[in-house]
Design a protein around this ligand. Structure first.
Ligand code: FAD
Length: 398
């Protein structure tokens, strides 16, 4: 296929990985981002074996491993009994699988340095509003009304609230979100340096600590701390004193209290809310949707960043295949069809067991699902699910 003029909208993991793959394949790529100085949003995330595979393929795996924290186990205990009800061990999978938890600035830095080394032009400070597909090529339009150029292909990587995913996306905003903060990794930490630790009280309270490594080579190691919160309680949380909230955390999880010593102000925490939707067809004409713009969900299974990287890889491979543009975009959608649907369905199913007002679901979680998941076959199935490996991530092509 002859080189295409491609507009990649959004500088998140999906947009940066897609821009890199397409530029390296010889396409002329421009990125558009709303921030004047592109920057990552949020705190930390786990790159699963699927996402690590994509970063390896991009030649960025070693850099990621040097900054991130290797994760071998996800462990969740119920309060007050301290019983383990979630125990995911990557070691039960063949091939030395593991996750790598990273700070978002680390992942952003690694991808954006590679993107600029590949000669991709970045236009910051523009809010994308629409794509006009009336002519021979796709016109990209800014919110200001400015026409940003016409392209053979527009890649929508604008995340969960993308205006380009409308009107196809039927969004459900989930009732629970979470407060997030990056905090110093506690000195003499009571927590293992290679595990995500969580504590639950029913499904209405949940807290977690995840080591996320360093943002840059000479920066300190941090942990991501998160606290589940209903959307409609956010305002009352903000109106109360931060000391009250820290007392609440300490009641649930006394060992975690020291990690919050440096938090003295509500502003130090970000409140993330979650949308759930899956686009039925992730392309139309010259517009293709990837990452959270194509499928968004709660981070309960920790797959969103990985799915974004997999979408970018699938798009890169599909554009390299035979046929005209429409056939290639159809090939992209086919590659990702089952993987996306499985993880979207699994996230929708699991989230209320960990974040809801239900009394019944946490009982099922603790007394039925937990014992089953500790059987050898159960623990392998769970580890494969968390690793993103339950079905082939790129369909039959991989
Ligand atoms: C609290 C939290 C924890 C998470 N934990 C995990 C985890 O452990 N593992 C995991 O895999 N995933 C996790 N996720 C999900 C993951 O962060 C997302 O799935 C991932 O960031 C999606 O990448 P993306 O590139 O599609 O979109 P985004 O990362 O949302 O990037 C979108 C980009 O587009 C830009 N943009 C948006 N609108 C416009 C516009 N109109 N014009 C111009 N630019 C615009 C934004 O500024 C941003 O740069 C978590 C998410 C949250 C909120």
């Amino acid at each position: 296929m002859k080189p295409l003029d491609v507009a990649v909208c959004g500088c998140g993991p999906a947009g940066l990985a897609a821009a890199l793959l397409l530029a390296r394949a010889g396409h002329r790529v421009r990125i558009f981002e709303r921030f004047e100085t592109p920057r990552p949003v949020g705190s930390g995330l786990i790159i699963q074996p699927t996402g690590l595979g994509v970063l390896e393929e991009l030649g960025l795996g070693a850099e990621l491993a040097s900054l991130g924290a290797r994760i071998d186990r996800l462990c969740g205990r119920v309060v007050p009994s301290n019983r383990v009800v979630l125990d995911v061990r990557y070691a039960v999978l063949r091939g030395g699988q593991h996750g790598v938890a990273v700070q978002r600035p680390a992942l952003f830095g690694i991808l954006s340095r590679a993107v600029s080394a590949a000669g991709v032009e970045l236009t910051p400070g523009v809010e994308i509003a629409a794509v006009d597909q009336g002519g021979a090529r796709a016109q990209l339009l800014a919110k200001s009304g400015q026409r940003l150029g016409d392209f053979d292909l527009v890649v929508n990587a604008l995340g969960a609230r993308s205006p380009l995913s409308m009107p196809q996306a039927r969004r459900t905003v989930l009732p629970y979100g979470a407060l997030w903060a990056n905090v110093p990794w506690p000195a003499n930490s009571p927590f293992p340096a290679n595990a995500l630790e969580q504590r639950y009280f029913r499904a209405s309270r949940m807290a977690g600590i995840l080591p996320v490594g360093r943002a840059e080579a000479d920066a300190p190691s941090l942990a991501a701390f998160f606290w589940s919160l209903r959307r409609d309680r956010f305002e009352s949380w903000r109106a109360a004193s931060i000391a009250d909230w820290k007392r609440e955390v300490a009641e649930l999880w006394p060992e975690a209290a020291a990690a919050l010593d440096g938090i003295v102000d509500h502003q130090q925490l970000i409140f993330a809310t979650y949308d759930h939707f899956t686009l039925r067809t992730p392309w139309a004409g010259r517009l293709v949707h990837i990452g959270d713009a194509a499928h968004s969900t709660s981070p309960q299974l920790g797959q969103g960043g990985n799915m974004a990287l997999l979408d970018a890889l699938a798009l890169g491979r599909a554009l390299h295949s035979d046929g005209d543009l429409q056939q290639r975009l159809h090939a992209y959608a086919r590659m990702r069809f089952w993987h996306v649907r499985l993880f979207q369905a699994a996230s929708a199913m699991f989230t209320p067991f960990y974040q809801s007002d239900s009394r019944l679901l946490p009982l099922v979680r603790d007394w039925l699902a937990a014992p089953l998941s500790q059987l050898p076959v159960g623990s392998r199935l769970l580890a494969r699910l968390v690793a993103g490996m339950t079905v082939p991530p790129l369909g039959k092509s991989r």
